[in-house]
Design a binder for this molecule. Structure first.
Ligand SMILES: Cc1cc2nc3c(=O)[nH]c(=O)nc-3n(C[C@H](O)[C@H](O)[C@H](O)COP(=O)(O)O)c2cc1C
Length: 221
């Protein structure tokens, strides 16, 4: 097997004050991100989603296998098919598939089986994890740490879109196998989540939730 060569690292060493300024600015900007569930039909600027996906695809991944596939859905008929299938699964979920405990946890978010945003939003990004990649000779190359890798890439995608002034919803209609059928993806790929992308409707309100204090989430040794 060929071994990749090495090249100089492109690295910007910053003065401490500038490092702090940047990380604080990032924290403040990301602190305004919220999941949106009411999207307007307003289109997104040309090329914006592609740039955000390029940022996502720069994510680290197990053995650099980049075990993800993103399907960008803008076709109204495909969005409609996804809404119909998602609402069918969600009806079953809210009518009994989900435990009472889970439904109690979801109640403050005000979610239910109706998903009009899947048609209203200008763009859905279906994210798949790939169990295998295909080597140049056609053989299967096993992927490693797929969920971790795709989770990191998805985080970068959400971050890039938020910094671009675009709202998202991380949506996981349960189960999501219908995405393979509608989007014609092979069964070596597993739906990871569906990202709804667009602008919020005017005057949208979001659940008044709180974050846990950092001291509860972080320890230093
Ligand atoms: C993996 C994952 C799955 C989620 N699935 C759904 C979903 O199916 N429907 C939904 O309305 N929100 C979903 N959410 C959004 C969460 O409810 C939301 O992130 C959480 O309540 C915190 O709110 P915020 O995103 O506004 O900060 C999901 C979030 C994550 C990370």
């Amino acid at each position: 097997m060929d071994v990749a060569g090495f090249r100089p690292l492109c690295f910007e060493r910053l003065p401490a004050a500038e490092s702090l300024r940047r990380v604080r600015e990032y924290r403040e900007r990301m602190g305004t991100r919220r999941s949106v569930r009411e999207f307007s039909t307003e289109p997104l600027p040309d090329g914006l989603v592609e740039e955000a996906l390029a940022a996502a695809a720069s994510a680290p991944s197990g053995a650099n296998h980049q075990p993800w596939h993103f399907v960008v859905v803008r076709d109204p008929a495909v969005k409609r098919a996804i809404r119909v299938a998602a609402e069918e699964e969600e009806r079953a979920f809210y009518a009994g598939r989900a435990s009472q405990e889970w439904l109690r946890e979801l109640a403050p978010l005000g979610t239910d089986e109706h998903k009009p945003f899947l048609e209203a939003a200008p763009c859905l990004i279906a994210i798949f994890t790939r169990k295998f990649n295909t080597a140049p000779d056609g053989s299967r190359l096993k992927n490693y740490y797929t969920a971790e890798s795709v989770g990191i890439a998805t985080g970068l995608l959400i971050s890039a879109l938020h910094l671009a002034g675009v709202a998202t919803l991380t949506h996981t209609p349960s189960p999501m196998q219908f995405l393979n059928r509608i989007l014609e993806r092979p069964d070596t790929e597993r739906p990871f989540l569906l990202l709804v992308v667009g602008y919020p409707v005017d005057g949208v309100r979001v659940p008044d939730i709180q974050r846990l204090p950092l001291e509860q989430l972080v320890s230093f040794r």
